[in-house]
Design a protein around this ligand. Structure first.
Ligand SMILES: [Ca+2]
Length: 205
């Protein structure tokens, strides 16, 4: 199974701090634009256990165009806009929001839509080890008309951080699940299997 899909399904997402070139931003709300047409297709071979990556600039589904991270008094809101959202119920669509805090706490919000869920999917909060964490007030909302996915994470579920950094993946599988289409909100035309690249620090407003 593909690494990213497997990670989402097994809730074993990995949070990796990276040497982001983005400077720390002392703001409560950060808007980031991502390139259009930079979705990567990943094909996994079960025979050779290798993966190949191919740019697929014509694929609109899962193509992130912008993100907004809004760190408010009680909640962190993240909104991701896409070129297009589709809801083929025979596919797996995943939205991963990796959050790291000033305390080096790593949590990932996993929102996935699959044939076994509703069109709004299911949302969970997991640790870096993939263990599910109870988080009262965690919400995910998919707006198929606006092509947006929005999550709300209560700050209390993140140990009330002074700041957070967010890394965001959107992906969907092909019909045989050995193929995935992935976009990283903070990378142009490539993805890291180690996990999404984190953006700047976003302080509580
Ligand atoms: Ca994009």
């Amino acid at each position: 199974m593909h690494k990213i899909i497997g990670a989402a399904l097994a809730l074993a997402t990995t949070v990796c701090l990276t040497a982001s070139t983005a400077a720390a931003a002392h703001a409560e709300k950060v808007v980031h634009r991502d390139a259009r047409g930079d979705v990567i297709r990943q094909d996994y071979s079960f025979e050779t256990e290798t993966e190949t990556e191919t740019p697929v600039p014509t694929v609109k589904s899962s193509d992130i165009t912008s993100t907004v991270v809004d760190h408010r008094r009680d909640n962190v809101f993240v909104t991701v806009r896409h070129a297009e959202l589709d809801s083929h119920l025979d596919l797996l669509h995943g939205y991963l929001f990796s959050l790291v805090t000033n305390e080096r706490l790593g949590r990932t919000v996993v929102l996935h839509v699959s044939p076994s869920t509703s069109r709004q999917g299911e949302v969970k909060l997991v640790t870096q080890a993939g263990r599910r964490v109870t988080c009262i007030g965690l919400r995910g909302r998919i707006d198929y008309r606006a092509n947006t996915v929005r999550i709300r994470v209560p700050r209390s579920c993140l140990s009330n951080p002074r700041w957070v950094r967010a890394g965001i993946y959107t992906f969907h599988t092909g019909r045989d699940w050995s193929r995935a289409f992935v976009d990283d909100a903070n990378l142009n035309g490539r993805v890291r299997n180690a996990g999404p690249v984190h953006g700047p620090r976003i302080h509580r407003g």
